[in-house]
Design a protein around this ligand. Structure first.
Ligand code: AMP
Length: 171
C-alpha cells in the first residue's frame, strides 16, 4: 500500500489554499499502479452479485468502467447537474460553503438491483452520501461504496452510517 501511495502526487494548496490535493493521474499513468488498484477492486467484488457500478463524476468515471467490465456489471454515471440528456433524478447536498447537486438517469437502475458506488476519494463524505441517497431512493440494494483514497481526519464515513464503506488507501 505504501508503494501505491508513492505513486499518488500530493499537490498543496489546490484548488485553493489549505487543501492538499491527491492527484491520482500519476497513479493512473503507471501501468502497474493502474492494474493493482483495478485488481484489488475486482477481487473484492467479483462474487458479490453486483449488476451495476455507479461512478461519481468525474474520477469515478475512470475507476468504474474497468471494474464493471471485470465483474460482469453495467456502468452508470452519476453526474453534475445539466449533463445527462434524458429524464433524471436530482439530489442537492450541502458543501462547506453553498450547495451542489448530482443527477442520475431515472431508468439507470431497476428496483432491487445490487449496486456498487465508486469514486476516487472520500473527503467529507457529502458527495458519496448524496449518491447513496439517490440510489436508495431508486430502491437499489447498495452492496458497498468503494474509494481509492479515504481522508480519515474528515470522517466522511460518519455520513454513510448504515452503508458498507471500503477504501484501498487511508490517510
Ligand atoms: P467530499 O464530498 O467532501 O467527500 O468530496 C469528495 C469529492 O471531492 C471526490 O469526488 C473527490 O474527487 C474530490 N476531493 C475532495 N477533496 C479532495 C482532495 N483533497 N484531493 C483530491 N480530490 C478531492
Amino acid at each position: 500500500m505504501e508503494e501505491l501511495k508513492k505513486k499518488i502526487r500530493e499537490v498543496p494548496d489546490f484548488p485553493k489554499p489549505g487543501i492538499l490535493f491527491y492527484d491520482v493521474t500519476t497513479l493512473l499513468k503507471d501501468k502497474d499502479g493502474l492494474r493493482q488498484i483495478i485488481e484489488i477492486l475486482t477481487r473484492r467484488y467479483q462474487s458479490s452479485g453486483i449488476t451495476k457500478v455507479l461512478g461519481i463524476e468525474s474520477r469515478g468515471f475512470i475507476l468504474g468502467p474497468p471494474l464493471a467490465y471485470n465483474i460482469g456489471a453495467g456502468f452508470v454515471p452519476v453526474r453534475k447537474p445539466g449533463k445527462l440528456p434524458a429524464q433524471t433524478f436530482r439530489l442537492s447536498y450541502d458543501l462547506e460553503y453553498g450547495t451542489d447537486a448530482l443527477e442520475i438517469h431515472t431508468d439507470a437502475i431497476d428496483p432491487g438491483e445490487r449496486v456498487l458506488i465508486v469514486d476516487d476519494l472520500i473527503a467529507t463524505g457529502g458527495t458519496a452520501a448524496a449518491a447513496a441517497m439517490m440510489a436508495t431512493r431508486m430502491e437499489a440494494d447498495i452492496v458497498e461504496l468503494a474509494f481509492l483514497i479515504e481522508l480519515d481526519f474528515l470522517q466522511g464515513r460518519s455520513k454513510l452510517d448504515g452503508y458498507n464503506v471500503f477504501s484501498i488507501l487511508r490517510y
